[in-house]
Design a protein around this ligand. Structure first.
Ligand SMILES: NC(=O)c1ccc[n+]([C@@H]2O[C@H](COP(=O)([O-])OP(=O)(O)OC[C@H]3O[C@@H](n4cnc5c(N)ncnc54)[C@H](O)[C@@H]3O)[C@@H](O)[C@H]2O)c1
Length: 360
Protein backbone atom coordinates (compact mmCIF):
# COMPACT_ATOMS: atom_id res chain seq x y z
CA UNK A 1 0.00 0.00 0.00
CA UNK A 2 1.07 3.59 -0.41
CA UNK A 3 2.54 5.33 2.62
CA UNK A 4 -0.53 7.56 2.90
CA UNK A 5 -2.97 4.66 3.19
CA UNK A 6 -0.87 2.62 5.60
CA UNK A 7 -2.17 2.21 9.13
CA UNK A 8 0.61 2.81 11.67
CA UNK A 9 0.53 -0.40 13.69
CA UNK A 10 -0.36 -4.00 13.17
CA UNK A 11 -2.26 -6.53 15.29
CA UNK A 12 -2.37 -10.32 15.16
CA UNK A 13 -5.30 -12.53 16.09
CA UNK A 14 -4.55 -16.23 16.56
CA UNK A 15 -6.94 -18.97 15.53
CA UNK A 16 -6.25 -22.69 15.55
CA UNK A 17 -4.31 -23.32 12.35
CA UNK A 18 -3.88 -19.78 11.04
CA UNK A 19 -3.47 -16.13 11.98
CA UNK A 20 -5.17 -12.91 11.03
CA UNK A 21 -2.85 -9.93 10.65
CA UNK A 22 -4.33 -6.44 10.68
CA UNK A 23 -2.08 -3.79 9.18
CA UNK A 24 -0.10 -3.23 6.00
CA UNK A 25 -0.12 -6.50 4.03
CA UNK A 26 2.56 -6.20 1.35
CA UNK A 27 5.67 -7.24 3.30
CA UNK A 28 3.80 -9.98 5.12
CA UNK A 29 2.48 -11.33 1.84
CA UNK A 30 5.96 -11.46 0.31
CA UNK A 31 7.27 -13.04 3.51
CA UNK A 32 4.58 -15.75 3.46
CA UNK A 33 5.34 -16.49 -0.20
CA UNK A 34 9.05 -16.75 0.53
CA UNK A 35 8.55 -19.01 3.55
CA UNK A 36 6.07 -21.36 1.91
CA UNK A 37 7.90 -21.48 -1.43
CA UNK A 38 4.85 -22.39 -3.56
CA UNK A 39 5.44 -23.71 -7.07
CA UNK A 40 3.31 -20.85 -8.46
CA UNK A 41 1.65 -17.78 -6.96
CA UNK A 42 -1.60 -16.80 -8.60
CA UNK A 43 -3.68 -13.79 -7.59
CA UNK A 44 -7.46 -13.91 -8.00
CA UNK A 45 -9.03 -10.46 -8.30
CA UNK A 46 -12.12 -8.87 -9.82
CA UNK A 47 -12.01 -5.94 -12.22
CA UNK A 48 -12.23 -3.40 -9.39
CA UNK A 49 -9.67 -4.96 -7.08
CA UNK A 50 -7.31 -5.54 -9.97
CA UNK A 51 -7.35 -1.81 -10.60
CA UNK A 52 -7.50 -0.52 -7.01
CA UNK A 53 -5.52 -3.12 -5.08
CA UNK A 54 -3.42 -5.38 -7.30
CA UNK A 55 -1.85 -2.41 -9.09
CA UNK A 56 -0.69 -0.99 -5.76
CA UNK A 57 0.69 -4.32 -4.55
CA UNK A 58 2.45 -4.80 -7.88
CA UNK A 59 4.02 -1.36 -7.69
CA UNK A 60 5.09 -2.14 -4.13
CA UNK A 61 6.92 -5.27 -5.33
CA UNK A 62 4.54 -8.19 -4.76
CA UNK A 63 6.12 -11.35 -6.14
CA UNK A 64 3.56 -13.43 -8.05
CA UNK A 65 3.41 -15.35 -11.30
CA UNK A 66 -0.02 -14.71 -12.81
CA UNK A 67 -3.42 -13.25 -12.09
CA UNK A 68 -6.96 -14.40 -12.80
CA UNK A 69 -9.39 -11.50 -13.09
CA UNK A 70 -13.16 -12.02 -13.06
CA UNK A 71 -16.16 -9.72 -13.31
CA UNK A 72 -17.18 -8.04 -10.04
CA UNK A 73 -20.39 -8.62 -8.12
CA UNK A 74 -22.57 -11.18 -6.36
CA UNK A 75 -24.16 -12.46 -9.56
CA UNK A 76 -20.76 -13.81 -10.59
CA UNK A 77 -20.41 -15.87 -7.41
CA UNK A 78 -21.54 -18.84 -9.42
CA UNK A 79 -20.63 -22.26 -10.67
CA UNK A 80 -19.93 -20.90 -14.16
CA UNK A 81 -17.33 -18.46 -12.76
CA UNK A 82 -15.77 -21.33 -10.79
CA UNK A 83 -15.42 -23.28 -14.03
CA UNK A 84 -13.55 -20.35 -15.55
CA UNK A 85 -11.26 -20.11 -12.51
CA UNK A 86 -10.52 -23.86 -12.49
CA UNK A 87 -9.85 -23.78 -16.24
CA UNK A 88 -7.42 -20.87 -15.86
CA UNK A 89 -5.65 -22.68 -13.03
CA UNK A 90 -5.15 -25.67 -15.35
CA UNK A 91 -4.05 -23.41 -18.22
CA UNK A 92 -1.54 -21.73 -15.90
CA UNK A 93 -0.29 -25.21 -14.95
CA UNK A 94 -1.02 -24.69 -11.28
CA UNK A 95 -0.21 -27.84 -9.33
CA UNK A 96 -0.90 -29.01 -5.79
CA UNK A 97 1.93 -26.83 -4.45
CA UNK A 98 0.58 -23.64 -5.98
CA UNK A 99 -0.83 -20.80 -3.91
CA UNK A 100 -3.91 -18.72 -4.66
CA UNK A 101 -4.13 -15.21 -3.20
CA UNK A 102 -7.75 -14.06 -3.01
CA UNK A 103 -7.58 -10.29 -3.36
CA UNK A 104 -11.05 -8.81 -3.06
CA UNK A 105 -14.29 -8.67 -1.13
CA UNK A 106 -16.45 -11.50 0.18
CA UNK A 107 -17.27 -12.71 -3.32
CA UNK A 108 -13.62 -13.26 -4.25
CA UNK A 109 -12.79 -14.69 -0.81
CA UNK A 110 -15.72 -17.15 -0.69
CA UNK A 111 -15.43 -18.25 -4.32
CA UNK A 112 -11.62 -18.17 -4.55
CA UNK A 113 -11.34 -20.20 -1.34
CA UNK A 114 -13.91 -22.66 -2.70
CA UNK A 115 -12.06 -23.04 -6.02
CA UNK A 116 -8.70 -23.43 -4.26
CA UNK A 117 -10.07 -26.03 -1.84
CA UNK A 118 -11.50 -28.15 -4.62
CA UNK A 119 -8.82 -27.71 -7.33
CA UNK A 120 -6.78 -30.95 -7.42
CA UNK A 121 -8.41 -31.79 -4.06
CA UNK A 122 -7.13 -28.60 -2.50
CA UNK A 123 -4.33 -26.06 -2.83
CA UNK A 124 -3.31 -23.40 -0.29
CA UNK A 125 -4.87 -19.96 -0.34
CA UNK A 126 -4.40 -16.65 1.45
CA UNK A 127 -7.31 -14.30 2.04
CA UNK A 128 -6.54 -10.62 1.43
CA UNK A 129 -9.93 -9.00 2.04
CA UNK A 130 -10.36 -5.54 0.52
CA UNK A 131 -13.89 -4.53 1.58
CA UNK A 132 -14.94 -3.70 5.14
CA UNK A 133 -17.43 -6.58 5.02
CA UNK A 134 -14.79 -9.11 4.14
CA UNK A 135 -12.27 -7.61 6.57
CA UNK A 136 -14.56 -7.87 9.60
CA UNK A 137 -16.49 -10.97 8.62
CA UNK A 138 -16.28 -13.00 5.40
CA UNK A 139 -12.53 -13.66 5.38
CA UNK A 140 -12.44 -15.47 8.70
CA UNK A 141 -14.18 -18.58 9.91
CA UNK A 142 -13.42 -20.86 6.98
CA UNK A 143 -16.81 -20.70 5.25
CA UNK A 144 -16.34 -20.87 1.49
CA UNK A 145 -18.79 -21.27 -1.33
CA UNK A 146 -21.00 -19.94 -4.08
CA UNK A 147 -24.64 -19.15 -4.73
CA UNK A 148 -26.62 -21.87 -6.49
CA UNK A 149 -30.25 -22.46 -7.49
CA UNK A 150 -31.16 -18.93 -6.43
CA UNK A 151 -29.92 -19.62 -2.90
CA UNK A 152 -27.06 -17.75 -1.27
CA UNK A 153 -23.96 -19.74 -0.34
CA UNK A 154 -25.83 -22.99 -0.85
CA UNK A 155 -22.83 -24.94 -2.23
CA UNK A 156 -19.59 -24.82 -0.30
CA UNK A 157 -17.40 -26.15 2.44
CA UNK A 158 -15.41 -25.24 5.53
CA UNK A 159 -11.66 -24.85 4.99
CA UNK A 160 -9.10 -22.61 6.63
CA UNK A 161 -6.73 -20.39 4.66
CA UNK A 162 -2.98 -20.29 5.13
CA UNK A 163 -3.41 -16.79 6.52
CA UNK A 164 -5.72 -13.75 6.48
CA UNK A 165 -4.13 -10.35 5.85
CA UNK A 166 -6.45 -7.47 6.68
CA UNK A 167 -5.09 -4.19 5.35
CA UNK A 168 -7.39 -1.27 6.28
CA UNK A 169 -5.49 0.83 3.72
CA UNK A 170 -7.52 -0.86 0.97
CA UNK A 171 -10.67 0.85 2.30
CA UNK A 172 -9.39 4.15 0.84
CA UNK A 173 -10.73 3.24 -2.61
CA UNK A 174 -13.87 1.42 -1.50
CA UNK A 175 -17.08 3.18 -2.59
CA UNK A 176 -19.03 4.68 0.38
CA UNK A 177 -22.05 2.42 -0.16
CA UNK A 178 -19.81 -0.66 0.10
CA UNK A 179 -18.23 0.69 3.27
CA UNK A 180 -21.73 1.19 4.69
CA UNK A 181 -22.71 -2.34 3.67
CA UNK A 182 -19.76 -3.86 5.52
CA UNK A 183 -20.48 -1.71 8.53
CA UNK A 184 -23.71 -3.69 9.10
CA UNK A 185 -21.61 -6.69 10.16
CA UNK A 186 -19.69 -4.50 12.65
CA UNK A 187 -23.02 -3.35 14.08
CA UNK A 188 -24.15 -6.99 14.24
CA UNK A 189 -21.03 -8.01 16.16
CA UNK A 190 -21.75 -5.29 18.71
CA UNK A 191 -25.40 -6.30 19.02
CA UNK A 192 -24.85 -10.03 19.47
CA UNK A 193 -21.89 -10.01 21.83
CA UNK A 194 -20.15 -6.73 22.55
CA UNK A 195 -22.10 -3.84 24.05
CA UNK A 196 -18.91 -1.82 24.35
CA UNK A 197 -18.36 -2.08 20.55
CA UNK A 198 -21.99 -1.08 19.94
CA UNK A 199 -21.63 1.95 22.20
CA UNK A 200 -18.36 3.02 20.62
CA UNK A 201 -19.69 2.89 17.07
CA UNK A 202 -23.02 4.49 17.85
CA UNK A 203 -21.35 7.36 19.68
CA UNK A 204 -19.54 8.41 16.52
CA UNK A 205 -21.80 10.86 14.69
CA UNK A 206 -20.35 10.24 11.26
CA UNK A 207 -20.43 6.46 10.82
CA UNK A 208 -18.16 6.71 7.78
CA UNK A 209 -15.42 8.32 9.80
CA UNK A 210 -14.35 5.63 12.25
CA UNK A 211 -10.90 4.62 13.53
CA UNK A 212 -11.06 1.62 11.17
CA UNK A 213 -8.08 -0.35 12.41
CA UNK A 214 -9.46 -0.36 15.98
CA UNK A 215 -13.04 -1.02 14.89
CA UNK A 216 -11.96 -3.90 12.61
CA UNK A 217 -9.83 -5.40 15.37
CA UNK A 218 -12.59 -5.28 18.01
CA UNK A 219 -15.17 -6.57 15.56
CA UNK A 220 -12.92 -9.44 14.42
CA UNK A 221 -12.36 -10.47 18.03
CA UNK A 222 -16.10 -11.09 18.39
CA UNK A 223 -16.18 -13.32 15.32
CA UNK A 224 -12.92 -15.07 16.25
CA UNK A 225 -14.19 -16.01 19.72
CA UNK A 226 -17.42 -17.41 18.33
CA UNK A 227 -15.73 -19.31 15.49
CA UNK A 228 -13.05 -20.72 17.82
CA UNK A 229 -15.80 -22.07 20.10
CA UNK A 230 -17.80 -23.66 17.29
CA UNK A 231 -15.85 -23.86 13.99
CA UNK A 232 -18.43 -25.97 12.12
CA UNK A 233 -21.55 -24.08 13.23
CA UNK A 234 -23.05 -26.86 15.31
CA UNK A 235 -24.29 -24.45 17.98
CA UNK A 236 -23.09 -21.03 19.22
CA UNK A 237 -21.73 -19.91 15.83
CA UNK A 238 -25.36 -19.49 14.80
CA UNK A 239 -25.42 -16.21 16.74
CA UNK A 240 -23.55 -14.73 13.78
CA UNK A 241 -26.71 -15.38 11.82
CA UNK A 242 -28.59 -12.61 13.64
CA UNK A 243 -30.35 -10.49 11.01
CA UNK A 244 -29.41 -12.95 8.26
CA UNK A 245 -32.43 -15.30 8.22
CA UNK A 246 -34.70 -12.50 7.03
CA UNK A 247 -31.78 -10.51 5.54
CA UNK A 248 -30.61 -13.32 3.22
CA UNK A 249 -34.20 -13.96 2.11
CA UNK A 250 -34.63 -10.26 1.22
CA UNK A 251 -31.27 -10.24 -0.60
CA UNK A 252 -32.13 -13.40 -2.60
CA UNK A 253 -35.63 -12.22 -3.58
CA UNK A 254 -34.24 -8.82 -4.67
CA UNK A 255 -31.62 -10.61 -6.83
CA UNK A 256 -34.37 -12.80 -8.35
CA UNK A 257 -36.42 -9.76 -9.36
CA UNK A 258 -33.31 -8.00 -10.65
CA UNK A 259 -33.31 -5.25 -8.08
CA UNK A 260 -30.10 -6.32 -6.31
CA UNK A 261 -29.16 -4.65 -3.05
CA UNK A 262 -25.98 -4.86 -1.04
CA UNK A 263 -25.58 -7.63 1.52
CA UNK A 264 -25.28 -5.20 4.44
CA UNK A 265 -28.39 -3.27 3.40
CA UNK A 266 -30.41 -6.50 3.49
CA UNK A 267 -28.83 -7.52 6.81
CA UNK A 268 -29.67 -4.12 8.34
CA UNK A 269 -33.35 -4.62 7.43
CA UNK A 270 -33.11 -8.21 8.70
CA UNK A 271 -31.66 -7.02 12.01
CA UNK A 272 -34.57 -4.64 12.58
CA UNK A 273 -37.13 -7.37 11.76
CA UNK A 274 -35.33 -9.94 13.91
CA UNK A 275 -34.92 -7.46 16.78
CA UNK A 276 -38.70 -7.07 16.57
CA UNK A 277 -39.10 -10.88 16.77
CA UNK A 278 -36.74 -10.92 19.77
CA UNK A 279 -38.97 -8.33 21.46
CA UNK A 280 -42.11 -10.23 20.49
CA UNK A 281 -40.56 -13.36 21.98
CA UNK A 282 -40.17 -11.51 25.27
CA UNK A 283 -36.39 -11.19 25.42
CA UNK A 284 -35.51 -7.74 24.05
CA UNK A 285 -37.01 -4.69 25.81
CA UNK A 286 -39.05 -2.16 23.84
CA UNK A 287 -36.40 0.50 24.69
CA UNK A 288 -33.62 -1.61 23.16
CA UNK A 289 -35.78 -2.38 20.11
CA UNK A 290 -36.41 1.35 19.62
CA UNK A 291 -32.71 2.21 20.02
CA UNK A 292 -31.64 -0.44 17.50
CA UNK A 293 -34.35 0.51 15.01
CA UNK A 294 -33.58 4.24 15.18
CA UNK A 295 -29.86 3.71 14.74
CA UNK A 296 -30.11 1.26 11.83
CA UNK A 297 -32.68 3.41 10.02
CA UNK A 298 -30.48 6.47 10.43
CA UNK A 299 -27.58 4.71 8.67
CA UNK A 300 -29.40 2.46 6.16
CA UNK A 301 -32.78 4.07 5.53
CA UNK A 302 -35.68 1.80 4.66
CA UNK A 303 -36.01 -0.84 1.93
CA UNK A 304 -39.37 -1.30 0.16
CA UNK A 305 -39.74 -4.87 1.43
CA UNK A 306 -43.53 -4.67 1.70
CA UNK A 307 -43.49 -4.78 -2.12
CA UNK A 308 -41.79 -8.20 -2.08
CA UNK A 309 -43.72 -11.43 -2.43
CA UNK A 310 -44.08 -12.60 1.20
CA UNK A 311 -44.53 -16.26 0.20
CA UNK A 312 -41.23 -16.11 -1.71
CA UNK A 313 -39.49 -14.60 1.31
CA UNK A 314 -40.77 -17.42 3.50
CA UNK A 315 -39.70 -20.04 0.93
CA UNK A 316 -36.18 -18.57 0.91
CA UNK A 317 -36.10 -18.62 4.73
CA UNK A 318 -37.21 -22.26 4.56
CA UNK A 319 -33.97 -23.10 2.71
CA UNK A 320 -31.70 -21.48 5.32
CA UNK A 321 -28.86 -23.81 6.25
CA UNK A 322 -29.39 -23.21 9.98
CA UNK A 323 -32.91 -24.64 9.94
CA UNK A 324 -33.62 -27.91 11.69
CA UNK A 325 -36.43 -29.81 9.96
CA UNK A 326 -39.19 -27.50 8.72
CA UNK A 327 -38.90 -24.83 11.47
CA UNK A 328 -37.20 -21.55 10.49
CA UNK A 329 -34.29 -20.95 12.84
CA UNK A 330 -33.53 -17.54 14.36
CA UNK A 331 -30.97 -15.96 16.63
CA UNK A 332 -32.65 -13.55 19.03
CA UNK A 333 -31.19 -10.68 20.99
CA UNK A 334 -31.59 -10.95 24.75
CA UNK A 335 -30.37 -7.37 25.09
CA UNK A 336 -27.92 -5.13 23.26
CA UNK A 337 -24.64 -7.08 23.41
CA UNK A 338 -26.16 -10.48 24.17
CA UNK A 339 -27.96 -13.08 22.05
CA UNK A 340 -29.18 -16.67 22.04
CA UNK A 341 -29.67 -19.32 19.36
CA UNK A 342 -32.20 -21.85 18.07
CA UNK A 343 -35.38 -19.82 18.36
CA UNK A 344 -38.32 -20.20 16.04
CA UNK A 345 -41.12 -17.87 14.99
CA UNK A 346 -44.47 -18.56 13.37
CA UNK A 347 -45.21 -17.39 9.83
CA UNK A 348 -47.64 -14.88 11.35
CA UNK A 349 -44.94 -13.45 13.64
CA UNK A 350 -42.53 -13.18 10.70
CA UNK A 351 -45.24 -11.31 8.77
CA UNK A 352 -45.69 -8.98 11.77
CA UNK A 353 -41.95 -8.29 11.80
CA UNK A 354 -42.04 -7.32 8.10
CA UNK A 355 -45.08 -5.11 8.84
CA UNK A 356 -43.22 -3.51 11.76
CA UNK A 357 -40.26 -2.69 9.51
CA UNK A 358 -42.48 -1.40 6.71
CA UNK A 359 -44.48 0.85 9.03
CA UNK A 360 -41.43 2.77 10.30
N1 LIG B 1 -17.76 -16.56 4.30
C1 LIG B 1 -18.40 -15.87 5.20
O1 LIG B 1 -18.35 -16.16 6.40
C2 LIG B 1 -19.19 -14.66 4.77
C3 LIG B 1 -19.68 -13.76 5.74
C4 LIG B 1 -20.36 -12.62 5.30
C5 LIG B 1 -20.56 -12.40 3.93
N2 LIG B 1 -20.08 -13.31 3.03
C6 LIG B 1 -20.26 -13.10 1.60
O2 LIG B 1 -19.54 -11.93 1.21
C7 LIG B 1 -20.12 -11.41 0.00
C8 LIG B 1 -20.23 -9.92 0.10
O3 LIG B 1 -18.94 -9.40 0.22
P1 LIG B 1 -18.59 -7.90 -0.17
O4 LIG B 1 -19.59 -6.99 0.40
O5 LIG B 1 -17.17 -7.72 0.15
O6 LIG B 1 -18.88 -7.89 -1.74
P2 LIG B 1 -17.95 -7.93 -3.06
O7 LIG B 1 -16.89 -8.93 -2.95
O8 LIG B 1 -18.91 -8.07 -4.18
O9 LIG B 1 -17.29 -6.48 -3.09
C9 LIG B 1 -18.11 -5.36 -3.24
C10 LIG B 1 -17.65 -4.46 -4.39
O10 LIG B 1 -16.51 -3.72 -3.96
C11 LIG B 1 -15.47 -3.83 -4.95
N3 LIG B 1 -14.23 -3.70 -4.20
C12 LIG B 1 -13.69 -4.60 -3.34
N4 LIG B 1 -12.63 -4.06 -2.73
C13 LIG B 1 -12.46 -2.82 -3.24
C14 LIG B 1 -11.54 -1.78 -2.97
N5 LIG B 1 -10.60 -1.88 -2.02
N6 LIG B 1 -11.66 -0.65 -3.69
C15 LIG B 1 -12.65 -0.50 -4.62
N7 LIG B 1 -13.57 -1.45 -4.89
C16 LIG B 1 -13.47 -2.60 -4.20
C17 LIG B 1 -15.72 -5.18 -5.57
O11 LIG B 1 -15.12 -5.26 -6.85
C18 LIG B 1 -17.23 -5.20 -5.65
O12 LIG B 1 -17.67 -4.46 -6.76
C19 LIG B 1 -21.47 -12.10 -0.15
O13 LIG B 1 -21.37 -13.03 -1.20
C20 LIG B 1 -21.68 -12.80 1.18
O14 LIG B 1 -22.44 -13.97 1.06
C21 LIG B 1 -19.40 -14.41 3.42
Amino acid sequence: MTKKSLEPTSETIHLTGYQIHIGSCLDRLNHLIQNNAPSKVIVLADHHTEESCLTVLKQGGLTYDSSIVIAAGEKHKSLSTCEKIWQRLFDLKADRHSLLINLGGGVIGDMGGFCASTYMRGISFIQVPTTLLSQVDASIGGKLGIDFYGLKNSIGLFKDPLSVLVDPGFLATLPAKELRSGYAEVVKHGLIRDRDLWEKITQVNDWSNQPWQKVIHQSLLVKKDVVAEDPLEKSIRKILNFGHTIGHAIESVMIDIERPILHGEAVAAGMIAEAFLSHRHGTLTSEDLATITTYLLSVYGQLPIQELDFEKLIRKMGHDKKNIGSAINFTFLDSIGSSSINHTATIEQIRESIDYYSSL
